[in-house]
Design a protein around this ligand. Structure first.
Ligand code: GDP
Ligand code: IMO
Ligand code: MG
Length: 427
């Protein structure tokens, strides 16, 4: 049986956690392949609500093995507190596997993230302040600390020294901050070694063997396509590859093993942090989407910027990820609008443009071209099949599908596990 990728098609917070959890009961492994605790994935099971940051959403399915792949950046203190929080609520987390090659977010990465944002001033990215960018920067600069380094004190000390050499110069001389003590960092990191030891594994081998044995592996992306470091709205992006290719590099599973790529797509658009957003609303409709959709960040508690659905973005997500399916979420939030505008193209400097422009300047100038689709007022949260939806809701879904370039195989009509309409099976 094959591997599936499930990822965000917009700017994150599309409902990936709910979608992963839904499939978690039928798959053998759920793998996070990039990002870190900048993610905030909400899963609602019955009357219980879980907010996951670093752990794959499959952790809530008892039969599923959750895996943190090599492409993830791990803050050990966050991981341990997330694990104990779940244990206190009766969730068994003993099956978790963590790649020894995953990089570690240390307190100095968090400090550098916050200090650099402050110094960027007006030009800041609006990061989550979790140390994500600086940790990936160290990985690429070859001065990162990996999970496996926790098990060799001498190597760990040398690596922390190498990493702090330049950073301490920068902190003291440029940012007017105190230097970070090497011994203190080493001691803190060594303190995590024993607690993490039961989970550390050769996850590349485990996952490839599982696929050989016909097990089902689901890759859960953090963030979303337009936050991708290569394919997103750079520089207003995160520092990893949430797009489909990231699932391979971030896990050590080859692309030939992946048979399905599912894009999670919100029925409207949201974004957290700075950067261009053509369909952003600054009026009452934007406030209503935020209120009805509960659009407040799970990680930082920031209000999410809200706007209408953007089909140009959906088409782009189909292209750069090779999407085979969409999972359309939060359709219920749109109930009650008489007309629902959908962005079908952009106008850039007086010209109509159908596809996402590669030029940052053009994207900043893009004005949405809207088509109004008729809305519905009936409650759709109890709908179990496509036929249960009011005609106008059906037509909204069909129109989005036609514009977006891949079939919509499931529809979310509420936050709960069972508030989903399945059209085509994912497995
Ligand atoms: P993620 O980061 O992609 O996992 O998404 P978040 O958890 O940050 O944000 C999605 C929010 O929408 C969460 O509060 C979910 O519980 C909620 N949600 C997911 N699917 C649906 C849906 O179909 N309808 C409604 N009303 N809420 C949903
Ligand atoms: P999930 O997985 C929405 C945004 C931040 C900021 C930019 C860079 O819940 O969809 P970073 O801390 O990653 O360096 O910040 O990326 N961002 C997210 N926005 N959902 C997320 O995750 C995000 N993770 C990062 O707001 O604009
Ligand atoms: Mg989120």
């Amino acid at each position: 049986m094959p591997a599936l990728v499930l990822l965000g098609a917009q700017w994150g917070d599309e409902g990936k956690g709910k979608a992963t959890d839904l499939l978690g009961g039928s798959v053998d492994y759920v793998v996070r392949y990039q990002g870190g605790n900048n993610a905030g994935h909400t899963v609602v099971v019955g009357d219980q609500k879980y907010a996951l940051h670093l752990l794959p959403s499959g952790i809530l399915s008892p039969t599923c093995v959750p895996v943190i792949g090599n492409g993830v950046v791990v803050d050990p203190s966050v991981l341990l507190s997330e694990l104990s929080g779940l244990n206190e609520r009766g969730v068994d987390t003993s099956k978790l596997l963590i790649s020894g090659n995953a990089h570690i977010i240390t307190p100095y990465h968090v400090t550098v993230d916050k200090v650099t944002e402050r110094f960027l001033g007006k030009r800041k990215i609006g990061t989550t302040g979790r140390g994500i960018g600086p940790t990936y920067a160290d990985k690429i600069n070859r001065v990162g600390i990996r999970v496996q380094d926790l098990y060799d004190e001498s190597i760990l000390t040398q690596k922390v020294e190498a990493a702090l050499d330049v950073k301490n110069q920068m902190l003291t001389k440029l940012y007017n901050r105190r230097a970070i003590a090497i011994e203190q960092v080493v001691e803190e990191l060594l303190g995590y070694a024993e607690k993490l030891a039961p989970y550390v594994a050769d996850t590349v081998l485990v996952l490839n063997q599982a696929l050989e044995e016909d097990k089902v592996v689901l890759f859960e992306g953090g963030q979303g396509t337009l936050l991708d470091i290569d394919h997103g709205t750079y520089p207003f992006v995160t520092s990893s590859n949430p797009t489909a290719g990231g699932a391979c590099t971030g896990s050590g599973v080859g692309p030939t093993k992946i048979s399905r790529v599912i894009g999670i797509l919100k029925a409207y658009t949201t974004r957290v942090g700075a950067g261009p957003f053509p369909t952003e609303l600054f009026d009452e409709d934007g406030q209503a989407l935020r209120r009805i959709g509960g659009e407040r960040g799970v990680t930082t508690g920031r209000d999410r910027r809200c706007g209408w659905f953007d089909a140009v973005i959906a088409r782009y997500a189909t292209r750069v990820n090779g999407l085979t399916d969409f999972f359309l979420t939060k359709l219920d939030v749109l109930t009650g609008w008489e007309q629902i505008p959908v962005c079908v193209a952009y106008e850039i400097d007086g010209k109509r443009v159908e596809e996402l422009p590669y030029s940052q300047t053009d994207f900043h100038h893009a004005k949405p071209v809207y088509e109004n689709l008729p809305g519905w007022s009936e409650d759709i949260t109890k709908a179990k099949s496509f036929a249960d939806l009011p005609k106008n809701a059906q037509n909204y879904v069909k129109a989005l599908e036609e514009m977006s370039g891949a079939p919509i195989s499931a529809i979310g009509v509420g936050p709960g596990r069972d508030e989903t309409i399945e059209i085509n099976s994912f497995l």
